[in-house]
Write a protein that binds this ligand. Sequence first.
Ligand code: SF4
Length: 281
Amino acid sequence: MIRQEMVEETVCRLFREAVIRIPDDVTLALKKAYLNEEDEIALLNLKAILDNIELARKMEVPVCQDTGLPIVFVRMGNVEVENLYGGIVAGVERATQEVPLRPNVVDPLTRENTGTNTGHLIPQVDVEIAEDLDGLEITVFPKGFGSENNNALLMGLPGDGAEGVRDFVVETVLRAGGKPCPPVIVGVGIGGSSDLAMKLAKKALLGRVGERNPVKELASLEESILDSVNEAGCGPMGMGGKTTALDVKIRTAHTHTAGLPVGVCIQCWAARRATATIRDD
Ligand code: SF4
């Protein structure tokens, strides 16, 4: 049995890790963007981002003042867990105090802040059953809203096809301009129902930057969207330059014969995620 305290401790540590240390694949992609850049302002912006990442690591402080909405993805293997949701909530509350995280969570209408980064249905938790897993895998995903506010959903027509998907994603990213703090990573969910398309788009962001979809056609769609977004020249922080997006990642599900849902989830350069697996022993 995995005890509630173990979940709490792990979630708290993962949030600390995520908000302070940007994953190596993201940092590497930002460094490549810097080496590939020629525009003076874009170079300054990328250098500021890279210096910021380095300083946050050295000083053990969050890389951005917006430490996000707490989102947690769980893969549950063949294990028994004591009060999983209670452990996650306690871990978020502890991280808010100890790291600290900025208290971002408010009532949607009164705007009253709970002060704890928890509230009704928050932290947002997604649980997936993973029969192949020996343990409990927890991924924390603190999501900034400068990027989240630019997400979009298209309930497309079957005939829109890959070309329609491509146009919608490119248009969504370019319309966002500098608001999501580019260079961004673009998650795309194709298929399912409206909510599944959005969930797939967010889950696509859990993959490593530079890793292509294993399906050849989807891999080339990812590359084609990435090229079109970057050719438009919006650039780092929307001030012009070669790199508006570091990557595009697609996930799919089958859907209804009458529709083609497409979800787009935009992630800013502060692409924070951290994962741990807890085993029974
Ligand atoms: S969009 Fe990202 S980088 Fe920009 S302020 Fe929000 S969390 Fe920070």
